[in-house]
Design a binder for this molecule. Structure first.
Ligand code: SF4
Length: 412
C-alpha cells in the first residue's frame, strides 16, 4: 500500500478537516465503557469492512468526485443541494472499539479503503487507537504501511488490581511492553489514562503518572472516570457497591496530574490533555475548534458542511443501508448559526489558549463580545474565566468547574 499523501497540502488559512473511522469491535467489554462496541468473538468484522468500503465509496464519489469516482448528480445523499468540493483531509483518526483487535490483514484492508477512497493532505496526522495486548509486530507493520503515523494507546492505569477491576484485557507490564513495541515503529505515541477509579487514592494515581512519564509518550490524556448507565459500573453504582473516591479526591488527582505533568515538560493544552512541544492532537483540535469532520462506521458522528449527522449504531443496520446504496445515517440536522457560535465558545474554552476573538469575528462576522457580552461578564465575575478583549480563557478554578462555565453559554 502506498503512503496516504495526495500531494495536496492544506491551503494556508483554511481550517483543517478531519476524518473519523469507527471500528466497533473489542476483545472484551470494559466495565465502565458505553461506547458503540461489540464483542469480536461474535463475528462480523468482514461484513463491517465490506460495509465500510461501501460507505467510503458513497461519500468518496459524492464529496470528492475526482478521487472517488463520478460526481453524483442533483441533490446529495443527505438531501442537500450541490456543495463545492471540499479540500483533502488533514487528519484521519481510526478509533473504537479497539481497531487493533482486527487482524493485520483486516487492518490493511481498512486503511487501504480509507486512504485510497479520499484525498488526504500531505503531512496529515493519521492516528490509530490501540489496546495493550493487541499490538503484534505484524499489525504494527500493517499500520505503518497503511500510512499511520500516530498511535494512541489505552493504558488507563499502572495498577494491575485496578486494571482487573476495570475489566481491561491487559496488565501494567503488557501496557509497557506494548508502548515499547509501538515506539519501535512510531515516533508519535499517545497514552490514555483514567483516574478517580474505585478504591484509588492519590498515591496510586501518582504511581501511574510516574510509571507512564518514564516511557516518555508524546501525549497523555487523563480522564476522570465517568459512571455511565448501561455499564457494569453503572449497575454496581445503582446497588451502592462502587467505592468511588468522591469529588474532592478526584479534584486532588486532577491537580496532581497538572503539577506532575507540568513538572515533566508536558504542556497542559486542553482540560484533559497534555503534550510535549509540537505533539498536540491535531485531530482532536478540530473538534475543540468546532471544525469540520466526517465520521464513518456504525454510530460515527459527523459535522460537515453546516450539518450534523450520526450513523446508525448497529453494524447489521449499517451494513444493510450501505448495501442498498443509502447513507447509513440515523439522524441529520442543520447547525444553526447560534448553535455554531455557542459551540465554538464552549469547545474553545476547553483549550487552555481559550477562544480567540479575532477568529470568532472572522468566522461569524460579528464580535464575540457583542454576542456573548453578558455571558462573558458572568463567567469572569464568578472567577471561571478571564477576558482581555482578545481571548476568553478558563482560569484554574474554571478548569475544575468547566461545566458551570459552559452552562453559561448555552441558550435555553
Ligand atoms: S477496549 Fe475501549 S472501547 Fe472496548 S470496551 Fe474497553 S473501553 Fe470500551
Amino acid at each position: 500500500m502506498t503512503a496516504p499523501a495526495t500531494g495536496r497540502r492544506a491551503e494556508a488559512g483554511r481550517p483543517p478537516r478531519g476524518l473519523y473511522v469507527h471500528v466497533p469491535f473489542c476483545e472484551k467489554i470494559c466495565h465502565y465503557c458505553d461506547f458503540n462496541k461489540y464483542l469480536l468473538r461474535d463475528g462480523g468484522v468482514d461484513e463491517y469492512l465490506e460495509a465500510l468500503e461501501r460507505e467510503v465509496a458513497l461519500y468518496g464519489a459524492q464529496l470528492f468526485p475526482a478521487a472517488g469516482g463520478p460526481s453524483a448528480p442533483g441533490p446529495d445523499r443527505l438531501g442537500r443541494s450541490a456543495a463545492p468540493e471540499p479540500a483533502p483531509f488533514d487528519t484521519v483518526y481510526v478509533g473504537g472499539g479497539t481497531p487493533t483487535s482486527l487482524s493485520a490483514a483486516q487492518l490493511e484492508r481498512l486503511l487501504s479503503a480509507v486512504m485510497g477512497g479520499f484525498p488526504v493532505a500531505a503531512g496529515a496526522e493519521v492516528t490509530v487507537e490501540a489496546n495493550p495486548g493487541t499490538l503484534s509486530p505484524r499489525k504494527l507493520a500493517a499500520l505503518k504501511r497503511g500510512g499511520v503515523n500516530r498511535i494512541s494507546l489505552g493504558v488507563q492505569s499502572a495498577n494491575d488490581e485496578l486494571l482487573r477491576a476495570l475489566g481491561r484485557i491487559h496488565t501494567a507490564r503488557q501496557a509497557r511492553e506494548s508502548f515499547e513495541r509501538a515506539r519501535e515503529w512510531f515516533d508519535n505515541v499517545s497514552v490514555d489514562l483514567i483516574y478517580a477509579l474505585p478504591g484509588q487514592d492519590e498515591d496510586d494515581w501518582r504511581r501511574t503518572l510516574e510509571e507512564v512519564v518514564r516511557w516518555r509518550p508524546d501525549h497523555i490524556s487523563c480522564y476522570g472516570l465517568i459512571i455511565e448507565d448501561g455499564t457494569l459500573f453503572g449497575e454496581l453504582m445503582r446497588q451502592g457497591r462502587l467505592d468511588l473516591p468522591g469529588d474532592e479526591r478526584e479534584l486532588a488527582m486532577y491537580r496532581l496530574a497538572m503539577d506532575f505533568l507540568a513538572g515533566h515538560g508536558y504542556e497542559h493544552y486542553e482540560i484533559a490533555n497534555w503534550a510535549l512541544p509540537g505533539r498536540q492532537s491535531r485531530h482532536n483540535r478540530i473538534y475543540w475548534k468546532n471544525g469540520e469532520w466526517l465520521g464513518l462506521g456504525p454510530g460515527a458522528h459527523s459535522q460537515w458542511q453546516g450539518r450534523r449527522f450520526a450513523n446508525v449504531r448497529l453494524p447489521a443496520d449499517y451494513a444493510r443501508l450501505v448495501a442498498e446504496g443509502k447513507p447509513p445515517v440515523q439522524w441529520s440536522e442543520a447547525v444553526s448559526r447560534r448553535t455554531a457560535m455557542e459551540d465554538t465558545v464552549i469547545l474553545g474554552l476547553r483549550l487552555r489558549e481559550g477562544v480567540d476573538a479575532d477568529q470568532f469575528a472572522r468566522r461569524f462576522g460579528v464580535a464575540l463580545a457583542d454576542v456573548f457580552g453578558a455571558e462573558i461578564r458572568r463567567v469572569v465575575e464568578r472567577g471561571l474565566a478571564v477576558w482581555d478583549g482578545r481571548r476568553l480563557r478558563l482560569t484554574e478554578r474554571g478548569l475544575y468547574l468547566s461545566n458551570q462555565a459552559f452552562q453559561e453559554f448555552i441558550s435555553l
